[in-house]
Design a protein around this ligand. Structure first.
Ligand SMILES: NC(=O)c1ccc[n+]([C@@H]2O[C@H](COP(=O)([O-])OP(=O)(O)OC[C@H]3O[C@@H](n4cnc5c(N)ncnc54)[C@H](OP(=O)(O)O)[C@@H]3O)[C@@H](O)[C@H]2O)c1
Length: 462
């Protein structure tokens, strides 16, 4: 078949197509040639798109360094993989892959531009210094490919308003922009900032470069976080109750802390970045007052770009100190307490900016977890990450109130405080649907806690 941007001289020819099984699922790859310059363009297609509306589409310009070699200078490889994953989740969509390397300036000049960026020029200045435009891409081929595939209208995976404007100028109906939020880290922070400042890209970036810029998350870890987000959205859609994720770190011997009430940095840099990505993925983050007293955590998202979750503290008698760093959190912390707390303490912490929420107590006189979840639900929380400490984690597990767990296993022995003890309320759970990923030296275990009468009975006797 032949296609043309103007309807006159055919310029795009479809050559062949074939099935491409990938880690995300099976796609079909369509190969096209631009007859003017001999360039090949591609379309990676999943599911039925012919005659369809609202097809999830990514128009991706080739970035050999990012797409093929996994360069961290840009977010291209990450965007490509996120797009494949999103399309696979919906079992339908198209990635149009255009051969216009380096925003159209070609690989050689892109490498030269990188050298200029290493001398302090931003990505736009570097292109201009090399005699190029900031962006030399054209999207007519993408428009023609979408037309050839029979796509009637699209939901476009992009952060780039110029791409939307260009595709619309070629009569592509874009019904929605679907953002792709990249991971920000030391190697891509300046580049992403330049994209936002100079090229109008729609990205959420931290207001200032963080002095503790994180190590980047691997594709595997990012994929896991995205899958968890999808899972949480499904959970809320079905139950209208908050999804509870337990997320904590432990040593090889199962210690969460060195000694009761003492702080201990168990996670390595990569798993700390993961923790921040997980925080950003949840509406709320919950800890017990023991963690506030021991660690004085800020409970914010600093190592990745993203939203700060709503901080929630379980504190039956209001032992939270008025000096806690929690009060510097951009959101007003919610402190869930019981009748056992004193009026004075309630007033003192309210004056510090907390919302004090009086809830029923459990049999032990501590904040009832069911009441806490209900209070969060009423305040619009759809997902909560329980980050500690030992007693709070144990309470959620004992009450069978955890839907998912992300456990960081640090390769150390501590011989300290363990969280989980044989519970009066039945067996401790085991994880099902388990996945393992690595974060630096740490092992991350992902799975669903599942309670059965024999869940902690172990394997068969030898
Ligand atoms: N490894 C990790 O990932 C990780 C994460 C966080 C913390 N930590 C460590 O864990 C240690 C703190 O653990 P922790 O057990 O002392 O503190 P915690 O679990 O954070 O807080 C426990 C306190 O929360 C209050 N609470 C209120 N309602 C509760 C309920 N329903 N269930 C359980 N607790 C309830 C209780 O105090 P009241 O009775 O006064 O309300 C209880 O003593 C620290 O050493 C910290 O460094 C480790």
């Amino acid at each position: 078949m032949s296609l043309s941007p103007s309807g006159s001289t055919p310029q795009l020819v479809r050559n062949a197509q074939a099935r491409i099984p990938t880690a995300y699922g099976t796609f079909f790859l369509y190969d096209y040639t631009d007859t003017r310059d001999g360039k090949e363009h591609l379309a990676l297609v999943m599911g039925e798109v012919d005659g369809c509306d609202d097809v999830l589409v990514r128009v991706h310009s080739e970035c050999m360094t990012g797409d093929t070699f996994g360069s961290l200078r840009c977010d291209c490889g990450e965007q490509l993989h996120m797009a494949m994953q999103r399309i696979a989740e919906r079992e339908r969509g198209v990635i149009v892959y255009l051969r216009q390397e380096g925003r159209g300036i070609g690989l050689v000049d892109k490498l030269r531009a990188y050298n200029l960026q290493d001398k302090g020029y931003d990505t736009v200045e570097a292109n201009l210094l090399l005699g190029h435009q900031a962006d030399e891409r054209d999207y007519w081929a993408a428009a023609d490919i979408l037309q050839d595939l029979g796509v009637r209208s699209v939901r476009l995976l992009t952060n780039n308003p110029a791409k939307i404007e260009a595709l619309r100028s070629y009569n592509i109906r874009i019904n929605e922009r679907v953002p792709l939020q990249p991971t920000i880290h030391a190697e891509n922070a300046a580049y992403l900032r330049a994209k936002v400042a100079r090229m109008r890209h729609l990205l959420q970036l931290p207001p200032t470069p963080s002095p503790s810029v994180s190590v980047p998350l691997t594709v595997d870890l990012r994929m896991r976080v995205t899958l968890l987000q999808e899972r949480m959205a499904r959970h809320f859609a079905h139950t209208q109750t908050p999804h509870v994720t337990l997320a904590y770190a432990q040593s090889l011997d199962g210690s969460l802390a060195a000694a009761a009430g003492a702080p201990l940095a168990l996670s390595g840099a990569a798993s700390m970045t993961l923790t921040h990505a997980l925080r950003a993925a949840h509406d709320a983050i919950l800890v017990g007052v023991g963690t506030v007293l021991a660690d004085d955590p800020r409970l914010t998202v600093r190592l990745v770009a993203g939203r700060d979750p709503q901080p929630v503290v379980l504190d039956s008698t209001l032992r939270t100190p008025a000096t806690a760093r929690l009060f510097d959190h951009p959101r007003k912390p919610w402190i869930f307490t019981t009748e056992r707390s004193e009026e004075d303490a309630r007033r003192r912490l309210s004056e510090r900016g907390a919302e004090i929420v009086l809830l029923p107590a459990d049999a032990a006189g501590r904040v009832s977890l069911l009441a806490a979840l209900e209070a969060m639900q009423m305040r619009g929380v759809r997902s909560v990450m329980v980050e500690g400490g030992a007693q709070v984690l144990e309470s959620f597990v004992a009450a069978h109130l955890a839907h998912y767990a992300v456990v960081t296993l640090a390769p150390r022995w501590i011989g300290g405080v363990h969280a989980f003890h044989a519970s009066a309320n039945g067996a401790l759970p085991r994880l099902t649907h388990v996945a393992y990923t690595q974060a630096g030296d740490d092992l991350i275990v992902w799975g669903e806690p599942t309670w059965t009468p024999t869940s902690n009975a172990g394997g068969e006797a030898a």
